[in-house]
Ligand binder design. Structure first.
Ligand code: ADP
Ligand code: MG
Length: 596
């Protein structure tokens, strides 16, 4: 058996510094982040991030600023651990508005690299140049320099080779650095940021701008799909941009949140934002957001983790609720029909198609179709089913208290294509295409929600549906039975491993289809959260019994779907977050026909 050599000892200063450094400077991008934060704290209006790299790795990081500079007699101090000019006593933390306060960054960076600082304080005649490496001062003297600070970091991680090995490829590290610069340019639109790689300017933001202007400059594609948000309540101020449902991502990486100017990550705030979108976007997707939150600094504790990306906020639930409702309100005031807009100049990116308006592309015609691909014919049975489905949603709608105002003005119905899409036009002359199934699904979903508010009604099935479940599914059903009953299902045990469904929610309609009942209940069994279960049952109930794609509709029926859709709360997406309406604006049509 091997034993660890005994004897507790206090680590020497250099080792301590290297451990601390590991927490603050994980990788080149974290060095950039720390130094840019220092420059911002110093009141800089121009910050240059200048990176040198060979083919394998980053060899030099230089951050220069035109901020206050460091007084000559304080330069060595700045590199001592826990040396900071930003707070004096712990109490100051509660009013701290600067990005730094732990006094760790410079000491940490100097512990793992070869650092040259050139700085002149704005109140002094001459500047200071100092070289410090592995924590030791190698050179220190006066020198002429412009006001501000320039810090050059070389031989990065030379004292901690293990860390160096863990670095990702050069491309990854560089992309992290450019993300850091991009994020700071968004968070501080008033400051000019330049990003230079091997002597070449890669990007620059122009200070004195608004967030919207910077967004448009650095992420033009995304900016086209984003709208501003600005709300204030109870000492919380929100301001920023959020994406329309036409711009979504599979993860939260494009959600930028800053609290009092500090970039933070918070899954709870991400969750609040996501819930503000409700059914506007598909579940498991996330919007693109830049959100600045201003709060009384005494409510924020950033001193939780060395990188300060985690924070604690007092009365966080108020904040979360406010964020959620602010997003919901902002989105509900918008026309969210998905537009087929190709903002000018992007056509080159899309494959040259029949509709491409790029002059360089010759127009190809599709082969003539001699026979219709699929003959769609109304059948009497189909007609009756649709009529019943629409009557049911109409009855429920008109039976409710007030249908309210329509969410979009009445459309002129043109017809149906592919037995799936309804064509219509508005007064402006835009061409509107509506997915009949998605639209009716939205109508049903809304009614279901309204119904649930007034307590769900159940109707007895004429022929009960029997479910045979495995023992483990049986247990799951036991667990969620009372929840399902709240949704309007009546379920009873029916011998060994069998269950009998005697009633279903009224909204499910006269449900002759036992398969639909089975599908809803079995898929509910596999939802792991009560709230999600409720949602997924609602969505399934909405989906089953909605007019299907591939069903030929009469003019009256098509018009009725559009009319019912216009009275829903969110007519532009179905409960699964897919679009219900796509519009080709008149302008877009004119572009396509080269009338403009
Ligand atoms: P912190 O930012 O937490 O105070 P740092 O180690 O990052 O700790 O910096 C230590 C101190 O050095 C700061 O408090 C500040 O006084 C000074 N300093 C660092 N960088 C700059 C800069 N770019 N301009 C002016 N002062 C700086
Ligand atoms: Mg700092």
């Amino acid at each position: 058996m091997t034993t660890v050599s005994s004897g507790i000892r206090v680590l020497d200063g250099e080792t301590v510094n290297q451990i601390a450094a590991g927490e603050v400077v994980e990788r080149p991008a974290s060095i950039v982040k720390e130094l840019v934060e220092n420059a911002i704290d110093a009141g800089a209006s121009l910050i240059t991030v200048d990176i040198g790299a060979n083919r394998k790795e980053i060899t030099r990081i230089r951050i220069s600023d035109d901020g206050s500079g460091i007084p000559a007699d304080e330069v060595t101090l700045a590199f001592l651990p826990h040396a900071t000019s930003k707070i004096r006593i712990a109490d100051d933390l509660s009013s701290c508005m600067t990005l730094g306060f732990r006094g760790e960054a410079l000491a940490s960076i100097a512990a793992i690299a070869y650092v040259t600082i050139l700085t002149r304080h704005r109140g002094e005649e001459a500047g200071t140049r100092m070289i410090i490496s592995g924590g030791e001062v190698l050179e220190h003297g006066g020198i002429g320099a412009p006001v501000g600070t320039s810090l050059t970091v070389e031989e990065i991680f030379f004292t901690t080779p293990a860390r160096r090995k863990f670095l990702r490829s050069l491309a990854t590290e560089l992309s992290r650095i450019s993300t850091v610069v991009e994020v700071f340019s968004l968070l501080y639109p008033a400051i000019t940021f330049r990003y230079v790689l091997n002597g070449q300017e890669k990007s620059a933001s122009y200070g004195g701008q608004t967030l919207g202007e910077v967004l448009r400059a650095i992420r033009p594609d995304e900016a086209d799909h984003m709208v501003p948000i600005r709300k204030e309540e109870g000492g919380i101020r929100l301001h920023g941009f959020l994406s329309l449902p036409s711009l979504i991502r599979q993860n939260t990486q494009r959600i930028l949140i800053a609290v009092n100017g500090r970039l933070i990550s918070s899954s709870r705030i991400n969750g609040a934002i996501r819930s503000g979108y409700g059914t506007l976007i598909p579940s498991h997707t996330f919007p693109v957001v830049v959100l600045m939150i201003s709060l009384d600094p005494s409510r924020v504790d950033a001193n939780i983790h060395p990188t300060k990306r985690e924070i604690r906020v007092s009365q966080e639930s108020d904040l979360l609720r406010f964020i959620s409702s602010a997003f919901r309100e902002t989105l509900s005031g918008l026309d969210l029909s998905h537009q087929d807009s190709h903002p000018g100049g992007k056509e080159e990116d899309s494959p040259p198609g029949l509709l491409s308006s790029s002059p360089a592309v010759s127009i190809r015609y599709p082969p003539m179709q001699t026979t219709a691909e699929r003959v769609c014919e109304a059948t009497l049975a189909g007609y009756r089913t649709t009529a019943r489905q629409l009557r049911q949603t109409r009855l429920l709608m008109d039976g409710g208290e007030e249908a309210g105002e329509p969410r979009f003005p009445a459309l002129t119905y043109i017809g149906q294509i592919a037995a799936t899409y309804l064509l219509a036009s508005n007064e402006r002359g835009d061409l509107i295409v509506i997915d009949q199934h998605a639209a009716h699904e939205r109508v049903r979903y809304d009614q279901l929600k309204k119904e649930q508010e007034g307590g769900t009604l159940s109707q007895e099935l004429i022929i009960p549906v029997v479910l045979h479940l495995s023992p483990s599914e049986g247990h799951l059903l036991e667990d969620i039975r009372s929840l399902l009953e709240k949704e309007g299902f009546l379920i009873e045990p029916f011998g060994k491993d069998a269950w009998c469904v005697r009633g279903v929610p009224v909204v499910l309609g006269r449900c002759e289809d036992p398969e639909a009942v089975r599908e809803i209940i079995t898929s509910a069994l596999h939802e792991d959260q009560d709230t999600r279960l409720r949602e997924s049952v609602s969505r399934l109930v909405a989906c089953r019994g909605a007019v299907k794609a591939g069903v030929v509709l009469t003019t009256d029926q098509g018009e009725e779907i559009i009319r019912q859709l216009s009275y829903t709360s969110e007519p532009f997406t179905c409960p699964h977050g897919r679009p219900t309406i796509v519009s080709f604006t008149k302008t877009r049509l004119e572009e396509l026909f080269r009338r403009r």
